[in-house]
Design a protein around this ligand. Structure first.
Ligand code: 4NP
Length: 156
């Protein structure tokens, strides 16, 4: 199989998808999986910005420094550059389906569809919440990250 390449997409690329990227990078590394990973936002308001300080703090609690990540907006080219694109919520998935160009090769799906029992669910936006919401985001994205690693290993 060709090396998998995974893109996680939320709205701003400063809260949820950077945490999904971090969780998946860690899980893939622990599993010895060689994979390209990135994240992006459907919106461009935070282009070039570091992740939200609350997301950075949540990742640091897990021993991961994401302060050097920089937000970017998803592009049509991403649909051929990546093998898999995962939307963090259903609105993100709708937006990605609209953006998806003819000739797209990436598998496009909802992140929590990877987690048995959570199919169809969205990772809630913690932007207007508190630290406990970021902790819940972490729990959800790390469970999905583990499930994705297991799936990619099974396909290897
Ligand atoms: P994210 O959270 O999509 O998880 O990065 C958000 C960050 C910023 C905004 C919305 C959601 N915003 O509207 O600026």
């Amino acid at each position: 199989m060709q090396q998998p390449s995974i893109l996680f997409v939320c709205l701003g690329n400063i809260c949820r998808s950077p945490l999904a990227e971090a969780a998946f990078r860690q899980a893939a590394q622990e599993a010895g999986l060689n994979v390209m990973v990135d994240s992006a936002g459907t919106g461009g308001w935070h282009k070039g910005h570091a992740p939200d300080p609350r997301a950075c703090a949540q990742a640091l609690e897990q021993g991961i420094d994401i302060s050097a990540y920089r937000a970017r907006q998803v592009s049509r080219e991403d649909f051929t550059r990546f093998s898999h694109i995962f939307a963090l919520d259903r609105n993100n998935l709708d937006d990605l389906q609209k953006l998806r160009p003819a000739g797209a090769t990436a598998h496009l799906g909802l992140l929590l569809d990877l987690v048995p029992g959570q199919e169809g669910q969205s990772v809630a936006d913690p932007y207007y919440g508190g630290p406990e919401d970021f902790a819940q985001t972490w729990d959800e994205v790390s469970e999905a990250a583990q499930a994705l690693v297991a799936r990619l290993q099974a396909e290897r």
